[in-house]
Each structure stands twice: as structure tokens, then as C-alpha cells.
Design a protein around this ligand. Structure first.
Ligand SMILES: Cc1cc2nc3c(=O)[nH]c(=O)nc-3n(C[C@H](O)[C@H](O)[C@H](O)COP(=O)(O)OP(=O)(O)OC[C@H]3O[C@@H](n4cnc5c(N)ncnc54)[C@H](O)[C@@H]3O)c2cc1C
Length: 594
């Protein structure tokens, strides 16, 4: 795949906070190659022909239907995207797997099952398996002959996964590992053949093991009665002196956390892509309904408040899509650059770690934007939005879990800031230097530095100033609380929200600037997002500063903040309506593949 060349300053994860990219440096859906588009089409056709007609059976949990569909997906190459060709996989690039994920999300339960198998179920073997383990499992996982799942959570250990109580000891003859304990909430567990199980060796060394379904002493519990994604399988697992061969240790004893957390990094990014697909679906369903439904003598699509909803759904989805493809492009460029090295899997793993901040952003923004879209979707459908015979009720229920699994959004917000601070301290990201430069600038008073010029000058200025607002608020919090900052979670979450909005603002604007087609409508979407985001950022920074300073010091800091967040009024009502008109003209999200 041709990758987008990126300058040195922008190659580090999180660097968007301290460096400004140009439009040519970001990957956008308009850059999709013919092959990547073809993957999208194939996936879309598969979902339309094979999956959607079977939703009633899937929702009623009819035995065998979901594994049958997963195996069919495997037959046409939709399961082996991450698996190297030498093990029978399709070895797709990061952008192609992103397209695939979003297209599968037309039915959320299918997306979750796919993620559980081809994502977090398969990744531990791809990146940490020995040659023998890869040869044994990957060819079967790539085709769907065997299905996989990822087993980390326990009844008493979810977010705090390292508090696992599942225990492992080596058998007296040294030939097997003996597992005892319980897992909870395991996606695909009801039918999976291969289980990646995390447990503590001798009660303290967190490690990872491959468990096969027919293992004596291992049993699978009943399906959970869930609020949503009812078509997916979620079960508890039980281990009572379950003996597995010694060679089924995955990676090293005591290094299970490396397997677990790196796998989740990859899973989080993909979850954002699945949510993107779900958001687009909600927009399409809502647009069609709004045109068909009449009230007070006209289609409800003609009412300003309905247009505002459709417009805002598309604007937020545009921001999400811009972030996701920008990140996918960066990951792919980094993986391709490292491919000449001796250990490709290690390079890919390091790349995932490098972009862990962007992956958490993808997860949090994706799940919350999807929640917004389905919530407004229900509202557009009115009473019919509350009825299970119409699509929005299920979409609304299905969406909610995305804020909970793959690390809750609270945990991911903490991680975003924690990872940034770690990078600042180790010098991997020049945040401290940027903070010092800002402090000098503040001391020097209002500057007459050259303002950006051109069509989007005001927006570029807003983004540059938003980065300063982040440096101001985060620098103050770090100085005041130092290593105790993690205990001030509300401040950390406010900082994370600023980071997420900055990435969304910048990615939206760069894409609109790069666009050759529909540039005007994309400009409307980017402008609206940026205008509203500046106000959100001001509020979050104010919250953080007010929890950090008091009295005169606070007054001074707030005056500085105002310098960074002042912006000229924009008629977002008109812009949002224009975006809504683009939605209604196409009966769907209007920026697809552009
Ligand atoms: C449908 C479904 C499918 C799932 N699939 C899988 C799977 O395939 N494999 C797997 O291993 N797991 C799976 N999970 C489990 C999921 O990852 C956990 O539910 C999730 O990590 C949260 O853990 P918990 O439920 O124990 O909640 P808790 O950790 O108890 O959290 C409860 C609340 O407290 C908050 N909280 C916890 N710690 C902190 C903190 N330090 N700071 C601030 N707030 C905090 C959380 O954000 C949350 O709001 C699945 C869950 C569901 C519902």
C-alpha cells in the first residue's frame, strides 16, 4: 500500500499536541486504494446478503447461526486480516482492516463477534505466539475453522484486570499447567474453540495461556442476559483443575500484562472503527425515516430541529472518521517503515504501543459519538424509535456496551493523560519544552506573531490556541499535583477531553483542506465542529484550572485561558443545516470514501 509521507516531528504517538501537520501528511478516506475499497465492498455485500436477513434468528440466539456466519466470513477472507500469508491469512494493511471493521458494523453483534475472534482473540497468537503455536492455530483461525476469544475479565476483576484470581501451577511431572478459577463476560465463549486465558502462575505471576475447548476440567457457562448485542455470545468460563499442555504458555511467565494490554490497544482502535460504521448506519436510517415521516403537513426532515440533529450526527461522525483514518494511515506508515527490520511482529507491536494514545481516543470518541447518533436517531423516529420493530431501538441498546468494554471510557481517559505524561517525562514527546515556550510567551504578553492566512485561518488559529490551552491547564496541574495528579481524576478527565477534541478538530480540518471533492460541505462540518469544540475546551480547561488554583492566581490563569479560547462568532445553525441538506440529498452520511 502507498503510505502518506509524514515529517519526523509527527511520527511519535501524541505528537499532534505539539506539532502541526499539513493536509498532505494525513491519510483520509479519499486516499483509499482500489484494493481497500474492494475489501469494503466485499464486506458490505457479505453483511447485506448473509448477515442482515438472519438478524431475527441471531437476536433470539438460535444455536449455531453466529458461528456459521463467522465461518462463512472466514471462507471469503474476512477473518484473517491480521494473519500473515505464510499462516494462511490475508495480511491486510491497517487501513484495509479498518474499512473491514466499519463495514461489518451494520449489525453490531456481528462486529463484536468479529472483534472477539479476528481481533483480540487472534492478536495474542499473531504477536506473541511461538512458531509452533502460530503454525498450529493461525491457519485455522484465519479461515474460521476454529473460532477464538479473549479471556481477561473475571467476576471480581474487570478494569482492575491484574487483580485476577485465576491461578495456575505447573503439574508435579512438569508437563502441564493446571488452571483454577473463573472468567466472566467472554465474547464468543459460547462457541469458541480456542481461548486466550490470563491467569497468575503460583498466584502472583500474571501470564497468558492457550486453552482448547475440550480441555478436561474446563467448562463454559450459560449465555448472559444482556441489554444489547443480544446476537453475540457472552458467557462465563470455569476452570477446575483444568490441565493444558506445558507448551500452551503464550509469551513468558510474568509477562501476561504485555500480551493483554498490547492486544487491547489494537482492539480499542478497531472498536472506534466499528462505532464509525454504526454511526453511519444510524445516520442513513434516520435520514430516510425523516424524509418519509410527515407531521404538520410536511416531512419532519424539513423542521430545523430535525435538520440540526442530522447535521450534528454527520459532523461528529466526520470528525470520528477523520481521526480514525488519520491514525490508521500513521500506523500503516510506521509498520511499513519497520518492515525491513528482522522482527516484523515486534515492530508491529511497538507501533501499536506508539499509537496507544490515538487508539484510546478512537475508542472513547467512537463509543460516545455512536451513542450520540443512536440517541438522536431514536428521537428522530419518535415513538417508533422506542419500538423493537424499527431499527433504532436495537441500535440504541447495542451501542451502550462500547463505553464499557475494551477498557471503560473512564479508564481510557486516565490512560490518555497517563501515557502523555509518561512520554513527556521520558522526553519521547517534547511537551515540557512546549510548556516552557508557552510560559515565556505568556510572560511576554500578547504577541504579534504571524496569524495563519487563507480560507480556514480562523480555524487553524483556534486549533493552535487550543493546544496552548491544553499546555496551560496540564502544565498547571502537573506542577501543582506532580505524581499525585492521578488521584485528581476529574482534572485528568477534563484534560483527556481537551486532547480528544484537539485531535478531532485538527483531523477534521486537515481532511477538509485536503479534500478535492465536497470540500465545501466538509469545510462546513469541520468549521462547526471546531467552533463548538473551542467552547467545550474552554469549559474543561476552566474546570481543571479552578481545581488547581485559587484566588488571584486563578484569576490570572483564567485571563490567560481567555486569550486562547476567544473566537469570532460563526453561524453554526446555517452550517449545520447545510451539512444536514447533504445528508438528506444522499439519504446517508455524505462524506463516504471522500
Ligand atoms: C457484553 C460484554 C462483552 C465483554 N467481552 C469481554 C471479552 O471478550 N473478554 C474480556 O476479557 N472481557 C470482556 N468484557 C468485560 C469488560 O471488559 C469489563 O466489563 C470492563 O472492563 C469493566 O469491568 P467491570 O465490568 O468489572 O467493571 P468495573 O471495573 O467494576 O467498573 C465499574 C465502574 O467503575 C469505574 N472504575 C473502575 N476502576 C476505576 C478507576 N480506577 N477510576 C475511575 N473509575 C473506575 C468503571 O469505569 C466503571 O464505570 C465484556 C463485557 C461485556 C458487558
Amino acid at each position: 500500500m502507498a503510505t502518506i509521507p509524514v515529517s519526523q516531528d509527527l511520527r511519535r504517538g501524541g505528537s499532534f499536541l505539539v506539532a502541526a501537520a499539513t493536509p498532505d501528511e494525513i491519510f483520509t478516506p479519499a486516499d483509499l486504494t482500489g484494493d481497500q475499497r474492494l475489501i469494503g465492498q466485499t464486506t458490505e455485500e457479505f453483511v447485506t446478503k448473509e448477515v442482515l436477513p438472519r438478524i431475527p434468528e441471531l437476536e433470539q440466539h438460535k444455536k449455531g447461526v453466529l458461528p456459521e456466519l463467522l465461518k462463512k466470513a472466514g471462507e471469503i477472507g474476512l477473518l484473517g486480516g491480521l494473519v500473515a500469508e505464510q499462516y494462511g491469512g490475508a495480511q491486510l494493511d491497517k487501513v484495509a482492516t479498518t474499512v473491514l471493521a466499519e463495514k461489518l458494523a451494520a449489525y453490531a453483534s456481528m462486529a463484536v463477534a468479529h472483534g472477539g475472534h479476528a481481533g483480540i482473540g487472534t492478536i495474542p497468537l499473531v504477536y506473541f505466539g511461538t512458531e509452533e503455536q502460530k503454525k498450529k492455530y493461525l491457519p485455522k483461525l484465519a479461515t474460521g475453522e476454529w473460532l477464538a476469544c479473549y479471556c481477561l475479565s473475571e467476576p471480581q476483576a474487570g478494569s482492575d484486570a491484574l487483580a485476577s484470581r485465576t491461578r495456575v501451577v505447573l503439574s508435579p511431572d512438569g508437563k502441564s499447567w493446571i488452571l483454577n478459577g473463573q472468567k466472566m463476560w467472554i465474547t464468543n465463549g459460547g462457541f469458541a474453540d480456542v481461548f486466550t486465558v490470563f491467569a497468575k502462575v503460583d498466584g502472583d505471576k500474571f501470564s497468558c495461556f492457550i486453552v482448547e475447548r475440550n480441555t478436561p476440567g474446563f467448562s463454559v457457562g450459560a449465555e448472559e442476559n444482556k441489554m444489547g448485542i443480544r446476537g453475540s455470545s457472552t458467557v462465563p468460563l470455569f476452570f477446575e483443575n483444568a490441565a493444558i499442555p506445558k507448551e500452551n504458555l503464550l509469551h513468558e511467565v510474568g509477562r501476561g500484562h504485555i500480551v493483554a494490554f498490547n492486544t487491547l490497544n489494537a482492539g480499542r482502535f478497531s472498536l472506534g472503527a466499528y462505532c464509525l460504521g454504526g454511526s453511519k448506519r444510524a445516520i442513513a436510517d434516520s435520514a430516510k425515516y425523516a424524509k418519509e415521516r410527515t407531521a404538520f403537513g410536511k416531512p419532519i426532515a424539513e423542521f430545523g430541529l430535525i435538520e440540526a440533529k442530522l447535521g450534528e450526527m454527520a459532523i461528529r461522525t466526520f470528525a470520528l472518521e477523520s481521526m480514525i483514518y488519520r491514525t490508521a494511515g500513521m500506523i500503516e506508515a510506521a509498520v511499513s517503515a519497520a518492515e525491513s527490520g528482522p522482527d516484523k511482529s515486534k515492530a508491529a507491536m511497538q507501533t501499536l504501543e506508539e499509537y496507544a494514545i490515538e487508539s484510546s481516543i478512537s475508542k472513547v470518541a467512537g463509543s460516545e459519538i455512536l451513542d450520540y447518533c443512536v440517541d438522536e436517531g431514536v428521537q428522530i423516529f419518535g415513538g417508533y424509535g422506542f419500538h423493537e420493530d424499527y431499527p433504532m431501538a436495537r441500535a440504541y441498546r447495542d451501542s451502550r456496551v462500547n463505553r464499557i468494554f475494551e477498557g471503560t471510557n473512564e479508564i481510557n481517559r486516565m490512560l490518555i493523560v497517563q501515557m502523555l505524561m509518561k512520554r513527556a517525562m521520558t522526553g519521547a514527546l517534547p511537551l515540557i519544552a512546549a510548556g516552557k515556550k508557552l510560559a515565556d510567551e505568556i510572560l511576554a504578553g500578547p504577541s504579534f506573531e504571524e496569524a495563519p492566512a487563507g480560507e480556514f485561518a480562523a480555524e487553524q488559529q483556534s486549533i493552535a490556541q487550543a493546544k496552548k490551552a491544553f499546555l496551560l491547564a496540564s502544565g498547571a496541574a502537573v506542577q501543582r499535583f506532580a505524581e499525585k495528579l492521578a488521584d485528581h481524576q476529574e482534572i485528568v478527565a477534563a484534560l483527556a477531553n481537551i486532547v480528544i477534541d484537539i485531535y478531532a478538530m485538527e483531523s477534521s480540518l486537515l481532511r477538509a483542506q485536503k479534500a478535492a471533492r465536497d470540500a465545501e460541505a466538509m469545510g462546513d462540518a469541520a468549521r462547526t465542529y471546531i467552533y463548538d469544540a473551542v467552547d467545550r475546551i474552554e469549559k474543561e480547561a476552566r474546570t481543571a484550572l479552578a481545581a488547581t488554583f485559587e484566588g488571584d492566581a486563578l484569576t490570572t490563569q483564567l485571563a490567560v485561558l481567555r486569550r486562547f479560547t476567544k473566537h469570532s462568532p460563526v453561524d453554526t445553525v446555517a452550517l449545520r443545516r447545510r451539512v444536514a441538506h447533504a445528508v438528506l440529498a444522499q439519504n446517508r452520511y455524505p462524506f463516504e470514501a471522500r
